[in-house]
Design a protein around this ligand. Sequence first.
Ligand code: HEM
Ligand SMILES: [Cu+2]
Length: 564
Amino acid sequence: MITDVQLPEPKTPLPGATVNSDQGLLMWISSVDHKQIGIMYMIMTLFYLFVGGLLALLMRVQLMMPENTFLAPDSYNQLFTMHGTTMIFFVLTPAILGMAVYMVPLQIGANEMAFPRLNAFAFWISFFGGLLLYFSFLAGGAPDAGWFSYAPLNQTQYSASPGIDYYCIGLLLSGIGTVSTAANLAVTIITLRTPSMKYKYLPVFVWMVFINAFLILAAFPSLNAALAMLLIDRQLDGHFFNTDAGGSALLWQHLFWLFGHPEVYIVVLPPFGVLSEVFQVYSRKPIFGYPFVVGSGIAISLLAFGVWVHHMFATGMGNTVNSFFAVSSMLIGIPTGVKIFNWLGTMYGGSIRFTTGMLFATAFLVEFTIGGLSGISFAIVPIDWQLTDTYYVVAHLHYVFLGGSLFGLFAGFFYWFPKISGRMYSETLGKWFFWLFMIGFNMTFFMQHILGIIGMPRRVYTYPNLAGYSLLNLISSLGAFLMGGSMLIFLYLLYDAIKRGKRAGDNPWDGYTFEWLTSSPPALKNFTILPPVYSFRPVHDLNHPEIGDYQKSDEEKYGTKDTD
Ligand code: HEM
Ligand SMILES: [Cu+2]
């Protein structure tokens, strides 16, 4: 019998523990508390989501009608580059880090991250990286070669304004932050778990963050190296990517996508973890097939490094190379399918509560599957040749990034909002927000599949009045405004919940994991005492001893054996 565990006091008091809340801004700036840093990440993310969204709306105004002259071609280039770069590096990436930094210590029963000061450093360096990127607008022009900044467009001959230099430095800084936090999370999970929490009892969200930490540690160095090399090309007359001078433009693509493809999994694995938590609790059933959910996460992360050339089928690498990467890209659909199956299995037969979080999670299943299917169609090389650089790609990438990652993050946001703020939000407003956002999203991006198939290229600032182009683009732009409008409801929901929301109590959803054992919001010291862990649902075991999960064998708990 394992008994309750008393948690030790930190050896040296940390700044977060000595500065108190009436010091206002100073408390935030000097904080090394993982919860306050997590909240700062979330605020930063939300801010950039609005900025990036505004840039997208400007593009959609320009594209609303054929031969529109609202934006000049070079401004349009800057807008799509800044939009994509912002959404990937300053919305989705910090959002998953912020959620992890807030929740992981709570879920594993720890009071802090392993390296609290490194945690603060990583946040602030990413924050300033974002500011530098945006400073380019004042310093002579934003980057304009797309979020993946292909050579030779990224060379000074083609992009003389300093935009791309700011892109390099801004992303390098935030990349250093991302790698630091990944290391910090991995060490935290390895060393700070409450002693009775074995790996087989880790909450699924923690597992996904853990796997993700290694993915980040392996993928980001490739980007960081490429950015440093590009800076040398631009500032010191280097020739890494200058083919005329003996370098290789293709090398940039290899280095970028060796990071870039894993990156799409980096921003989706933690949302996979969120979904696993949300489906269990709102279906009132343990996750179906825990080892398969974890195992498929590991499989995805390994396969993620073997598919990058599917972004380069059009570069003429030859049949052998193309066939290898076509097959590996299709293979990755298998573990992803396993996960979808497990989530459906979790919902099956459960008593489901369709809260706003659950709606976002369920919509994720549909949207992400659509994005996955268009993804598989790109793995077929001749289809890719036909559709690459058309709006079909824009549709695909928004279904996985927005319909997938962002929907998953919203699911987690609504699920954890009562814990983080101590208040309940209005489900009515939440549902208005969900439905308008979801409809707007599909209006905007579903149309773009068709636009791509009928031949509209991406990254063009305008288009001729051809059959189909005008109507589909108009619908797409109207959908974008619907999404933008729904974000205002989201803002009002936040205001309303914080001002008038009911007190949440410790565990409003009857949640399963340790974050639901502390007060809402948690005190500076998360826990003083913790019960022993017998399953991946410790709080559920505590609150529902009659179900007696902890007395069952592992096989029964994990659903690998039929117990009926
Ligand atoms: C989390 C949410 C989002 C993410 C991660 C995201 C990501 C991206 C990326 C990576 C690109 C490619 C940029 C490039 O071609 O270099 C892009 C392009 C674009 N996005 Fe988004 N986006 C998001 C939300 C939105 C929203 C809400 C809208 C519309 C309201 C939108 C409209 C566009 C448009 C019009 C383009 C330009 C397509 C082109 O000219 O190639 N995006 N987005
Ligand atoms: Cu890829």
